[in-house]
Ligand binder design. Structure first.
Ligand SMILES: Nc1ncnc2c1ncn2[C@@H]1O[C@H](COP(=O)(O)OP(=O)(O)OP(=O)(O)O)[C@@H](O)[C@H]1O
Length: 584
């Protein structure tokens, strides 16, 4: 009882302090409500009932505008800092995997000298742990190769890609102030004009520059520049200029250009004719076709022919012929076993100055060898024809290296699936560009017919290049060819070479892939795809991969030593050795 009264007393006291002139249940008057609103920071003429006010406040800010002032103050925004968050929990498996990765990266960097997380990939592999990175070096006896075990069937479907490292071909990689006019003492003015205005070659390529620099010295020349580096103009422009000068001086001279095939004969003749278009008295440049007949020596100034045809045509004319220059284009092939007979016949009717047989004689023709490869055996062969002390070598410093402007893919496949893969590649390629051409190499003419028939059956229109079939229509996008198309051929718009049958010799690989990434195609991206199957092919791919990883030239480029020429040289050597012994 006492307790209750105290409580009541207290309650009354408290209430009376907060609202002195009213009781708890009493509704406050409007003025009092207004004062209360002021206390809470709101001034209004008329306030809505409590619940409505609250709802509107929540839903619609505009309620306060006009009749109610809303006091707001802005908290200055802090500059946002990047939040570093650590996963609060990470399962052990994941953590261990990351730790292992970290250790692997460190190990790789220690062993090979590159951080594979940041270095650009140069050789991309299906098994990415075998990727090769820019600047990567290998400790001795540790050169992991993708193709190492490709002889085992389980590696079927494995691949690696040697990436394209630069856009421009190495022959024109460093543009500088070199201009054709520097050689105006050597080249005919009209020829320079045609090179610049008709052919649109604004500057000489590296090999052209080097050849023109050395051309005035009356020595035999060996021009060795990578495929597509412009060797035809390198020898063609000065040789024809010299011919024109001789004519002006009243000297009658002739030039013979030897080629290895009718395609090349055709192409070279056209390029030389381009050099002398619009000339009032242009030198007569003739192709040595099967149907060509010369009635007299005046019928030609320049003859472009295969050795056997050149021999027949020259043999039909009265001797001696004033031949000033003989060019052996694709010298490595002309001097190999396949041409030994016809070359020996040709050499027998054309006297050569400072030859091995007669080094002191300055009468006869100057010889210019031109080739995209120059192995030691080939030098031996050349020096079997001309005396080595009268032979100047002009070699490109990127000779026998893999062209850095071409992407090369090697694919380990099984025999039956080749055709299907080929069709897939063609489908993709033909869709990707509207005018790019694809050149497919096969080992022989039977395989060429088989592939082209299969492609035609699958609805792909294709054309053939083989011995005796040289006309390719402009609209041809897929071309199937034998190695007859691998030498010197300059087909515009080819941007993909496919080795359906991998070549048997490294030198053929170099020539085949040289059909793309040429000086005139620097803007297009070029690809080579090679199907690899047999043990011999795998061993060649290993060598290519090794050279790409070690950034060194290909070492297994060889020429079939031409028995007859070599034998001539050997016998000559023995004779001169005997002479020297006799003098002693
Ligand atoms: N100075 C130049 N600038 C740009 N393109 C050039 C130049 N000289 C030649 N070319 C072009 O480069 C291409 C390759 O030239 P060419 O056929 O002479 O090469 P090559 O070195 O003989 O090749 P291969 O060894 O394959 O026979 C041709 O289409 C040619 O028109």
């Amino acid at each position: 009882m006492f307790r209750t009264s105290i409580c009541r007393c207290f309650r009354l006291t408290v209430t009376s302090r907060a609202l002195p002139d009213t009781t708890i249940n009493e509704q406050p008057s409007f003025n009092r409500r207004k004062n209360q609103a002021d206390q809470f920071g709101l001034i209004g003429h008329k306030l809505a009932p409590q619940n409505e006010r609250y709802d509107k406040y929540k839903l619609d800010d505009r309620f306060f505008k006009g009749n109610v002032v809303r006091k707001e103050f802005q908290v200055p925004s802090k500059p946002k800092l990047k939040q570093i968050t650590l996963p609060s929990t990470m399962d052990t498996k994941k953590r261990k995997k990351l730790e292992k990765q970290h250790v692997d990266f460190a190990k790789h960097q220690k062993a090979y000298g590159v951080d594979k997380r940041t270095a650009p990939v140069i050789i991309e592999c299906k098994r990415s742990d075998l990727n090769h990175y820019e600047g990567q070096r290998y400790p001795s006896h540790d050169l992991p190769l993708v193709s190492e075990h490709w002889d085992k069937a389980k590696y079927k479907g494995d691949w690696f890609i040697i990436k394209r490292l630069q856009k421009l071909p190495p022959a024109i990689v460093d543009p500088d102030d070199r201009d054709w006019e520097i050689f105006s003492h050597l080249l005919d003015y009209g020829i320079i004009k045609n090179i610049k205005e008709k052919l649109h070659f604004s500057k000489p390529t590296k090999i052209q520059f080097a050849t023109l620099e050395d051309f005035s010295v009356p020595m035999h020349l060996f021009i060795a520049g990578e495929t597509g580096s412009g060797k035809t103009i390198a020898f063609g422009a000065p040789v024809i200029s010299e011919l024109i000068k001789d004519k002006d001086r009243g000297i009658n001279s002739k030039v013979i250009i030897l080629t290895v095939s009718s395609f090349l004969r055709n192409q070279t003749t056209k390029m030389l004719q381009d050099l002398v278009t619009n000339f009032k008295e242009a030198p007569v440049i003739r192709e040595g076709k099967k149907t060509t007949v010369f009635k007299s020596a005046d019928d030609f100034d320049v003859l472009v022919a295969t050795p056997s045809r050149a021999f027949t045509l020259l043999n039909s004319l009265p001797k001696p012929l004033p031949i000033s220059t003989v060019v052996m284009d694709e010298a490595d092939m002309l001097l190999d076993e396949s041409f030994v007979e016809s070359m020996s016949e040709f050499i027998s009717v054309v006297p050569i100055r400072n030859s091995t047989i007669n080094p002191k004689s300055s009468n006869g023709a100057r010889v210019i060898f031109s080739s995209a490869t120059c192995p030691n055996e080939l030098q031996d062969l050349a020096e079997g024809i001309v005396d080595s002390s009268f032979l100047t070598y002009i070699k490109s410093n990127t000779l026998h290296r893999l062209l850095p402007n071409i992407e090369q893919k090697f694919l380990r496949i099984m025999h039956p699936e080749r055709l299907e893969i080929l069709k897939e590649i063609l489908e993709k390629d033909l869709q990707a560009t509207t005018n790019g051409r694809i050149l497919i190499f096969c080992k022989d003419i039977n395989r060429v017919h088989y592939v082209s028939d299969q492609l035609k059956a699958a609805g792909v229109e294709c054309f053939i290049i083989a011995k005796g079939k040289s006309v390719i229509p402009n609209e041809a996008r897929v071309i199937v060819a034998t190695d007859a198309a691998s030498r010197g051929l300059d087909l515009p718009l080819v941007n993909h070479v496919i080795n359906f049958d991998f070549p048997r010799h490294m030198v053929d690989y170099v020539h085949r892939i040289g059909r793309v990434g040429r000086c005139n195609s620097s803007k297009r991206k070029s690809f080579v795809t090679s199907f690899v199957r047999s043990d011999l092919q795998i061993s060649m791919v290993k060598e290519i991969e090794r050279c790409a990883r070690l950034n060194r030239p290909l070492r297994t480029i060889e020429t079939d030593v031409a028995g007859m020429i070599k034998a001539n040289r050997e016998s000559h050597k023995t004779k001169s050795d005997e002479k020297e012994v006799a003098v002693e």
